[in-house]
Write a protein that binds this ligand. Structure first.
Ligand SMILES: [Zn+2]
Length: 129
């Protein structure tokens, strides 16, 4: 019991680390989380706390799912959403990992208060984004 508590505290510490930001001019989105890096397509985004927070949420999701399964689940969720909404824009915004990130990237305290596997709260499609 005590040992598990210590492990959880260590995990929390790891999740608070900040990640290296890399400027990739040819990136076709503003930001992207590619563990352990945050990629941005404009140097100014280095100072855009909302973009950095959004991508950091994704890096935490990736870490919690041991990286590779995150990408598989992300793609599977997108494909299911495409079938469900018949619209790529809707399919993207309804991916549970995006729901969590968009719902909280404006909250400066979110990364400090976020709980493990917080994206599970967004599994229901009718929950507000
Ligand atoms: Zn995102």
């Amino acid at each position: 019991m005590g040992k598990n508590r210590v492990n959880l505290i260590c995990l929390k510490h790891i999740f608070k680390l900040s990640y290296p930001i890399i400027y990739v001019p040819f990136l076709n989105v503003n930001g992207m989380a590619l563990f352990p890096f945050i990629l941005i397509n404009k140097p100014a985004y280095r100072n855009d706390s909302q973009i950095i927070r959004h991508e950091t949420i994704h890096l935490q999701q990736q870490l919690e799912l041991l990286i590779l399964p995150f990408y598989i689940l992300y793609a599977a969720n997108y494909i299911i959403n495409l079938w469900r909404y018949k619209n790529s824009y809707q399919a993207y915004y309804h991916i549970i990992f995006e729901r969590e990130a968009y719902a909280n990237d404006g909250d400066i305290l979110y990364l400090r208060k976020r709980t493990l596997w917080a994206f599970l709260k967004y599994i229901h499609a009718n929950k507000s984004v």
